[in-house]
Ligand binder design. Structure first.
Ligand code: EPZ
Length: 421
């Protein structure tokens, strides 16, 4: 078993280079199987979800070779099948993207229902409704979704009940080769939706309006190959920005798109952090007077990202005054709270609302990561806790944060990974 061990109360200082975005990479990789030639995808983060995605692609005969640790050469021209085995589908949520990519390209897909962080129900009904609207026949047996479209897919107008990131990207991928035009209304606007559309357009798709609530996809006969660089990860960047705040440090996150961080930047400023930004960096300094309480409501982009809610809630527990957090995206994203309570957090949870009186001084303890961003929240609490914090189930963190101990050590954290029988 592996554990992360942190000795806290060391303010972080220095620069952190932000990696490629997990949620863009896990969409662009499956999208690349629809290409008609070789694709070279750069700025891939070194995380488990990317490794799992590549293993899944290789299991279906897609050739994937690393040119360097962040650059992958993908050749799907001799793909041997459109059936994704359960062992590859169950270990992440993004395996659902193989449905849209293979249905669009081959008119057939057999994919086990996805896994991923346990944040509540997480159905895929919007995805399946979209595929059906495009003319696919959808059935499910033994947990495996089977999609067929013998006569090919036809463009349709699809309205999403909520701006689901996964459904938006999945339907977009399926519609790339559909006859005619597809309109996705109430689409998600997240940066990684735009990145996935930009990649597909780079290799010949005709997708318009990505980043707005209305995305149009004009069907094409085929796609070419091409090179693409994955956008920087706003959630990794936000996690390090909050780390600067919670340790009263001075950290600059580099190789980012500051615009994507606006909701986080404004909230940290509201709490009393000193923040400056340049073309591709943001500097966050804590506040010796302590940070002020504030209210957070998670929302779809450009609202405050749900993937930074656990990290921000952990910070708010240390602020002066009462803060209120409302989780509007997932129905069960407070499973981490019992773990940060072990470190001293004072939090009251009523449904989707968390309230903290603040002014908590964390003290180190043994805790367990319950999912990816919960693990990140525990690291942040450990970084400012008095004494030693030991975090188990670190595999969750490895899914989405590349080399995070190295990156934190480089800015002054006393953090290491140990193995215990
Ligand atoms: C993506 O998940 C991300 N994962 C999540 O990041 C992120 O939290 C989420 O988008 C919201 O931004 C990946 O991109 C791999 P949704 P996804 O579809 O696609 C409901 C992380 O930590 N819904 O936007 O699953 C759903 O239950 C992970 O990096 C349906 O009801 O999110 C949720 O309440 C965690 N039916 C809401 O919509 C559907 O068919 C938003 O989900 C689809 C979704």
């Amino acid at each position: 078993m592996e554990y992360i061990v942190i000795n806290g109360q060391k303010p972080l200082h220095g620069n952190v280079n932000i990696s490629g975005a997990k949620n863009a990479a896990v969409a662009i990789l499956p999208a690349s199987i629809a290409a008609g030639d070789v694709c070279v995808i750069d700025n891939l983060p070194q995380i488990e979800d990317v490794s799992n995605m590549i293993n899944a692609m290789r299991s279906m005969g897609v050739r994937c070779e690393f040119e360097d640790e962040h650059t992958l050469r993908v050749d799907a021209r001799n793909m041997t099948g459109q059936v994704l085995e359960e062992k590859y589908a169950r270990n992440m949520r993004a395996s659902y993207y193989f449905m849209g990519a293979m249905l669009g390209k081959y008119g057939y897909a057999e994919v086990s229902r996805p896994g991923g962080c346990d944040l509540g129900a997480r159905p895929i009904d919007y995805h399946l409704k979209g595929f059906t609207a495009l003319g696919a026949t959808c059935s499910q047996e033994h947990g495996v979704v089977k999609l067929t479209a013998e006569d090919g897919l036809k463009g349709a107008n699809i309205y999403l009940d909520c701006p689901s990131v996964g459904a938006t990207i999945n339907i977009m991928m399926a519609a790339v080769f559909a006859e005619g035009t597809t309109l996705i209304e109430n689409a998600a606007k997240e940066p990684h939706v735009v990145d996935a559309a930009s990649f597909l357009n780079k290799i010949g798709a005709k997708i318009y309006g990505a980043g707005t609530a209305n995305i149009r996809v004009k069907g094409v006969e085929s796609l070419s190959g091409g090179d693409y660089t994955v956008l920087p990860d706003p959630i990794e960047a936000g996690t390090y920005m909050i780390a600067a705040a919670i340790t009263n440090g001075d950290v600059t996150v580099e190789n980012i798109i500051p615009k994507h961080m606006d909701s986080v930047t404004s909230k940290l400023k509201e709490m009393g952090c000193a923040i400056t930004e340049g073309d591709d960096w943001i500097r966050v300094c804590g506040n010796n007077e302590g940070l002020r309480a504030c209210e957070i409501k998670t929302a779809f982009y450009p609202g405050f990202p749900t993937d930074l809610q656990p990290q921000m809630t952990t910070l708010l527990c240390t602020a002066q005054g009462t803060s209120i957090v409302t989780e509007n995206v997932f129905d069960a994203r407070y499973r981490y709270v019992n773990e940060i309570r072990r470190l001293g957090a004072q939090l009251k949870i009523e449904g989707r609302v968390a309230v903290t009186k603040g002014s908590c001084t964390y003290t180190g303890a043994e805790v367990m990561a319950t999912d990816l961003r919960a693990g990140a929240a525990l690291v942040l609490a450990g970084l400012c806790a008095k004494g030693e914090t030991v975090i188990s189930e670190v595999g969750h963190l490895d899914r989405g944060y590349g080399r995070f101990e190295e990156k934190f050590r480089a800015i002054g954290a006393d953090i290491k990974r140990i193995k215990k029988a």
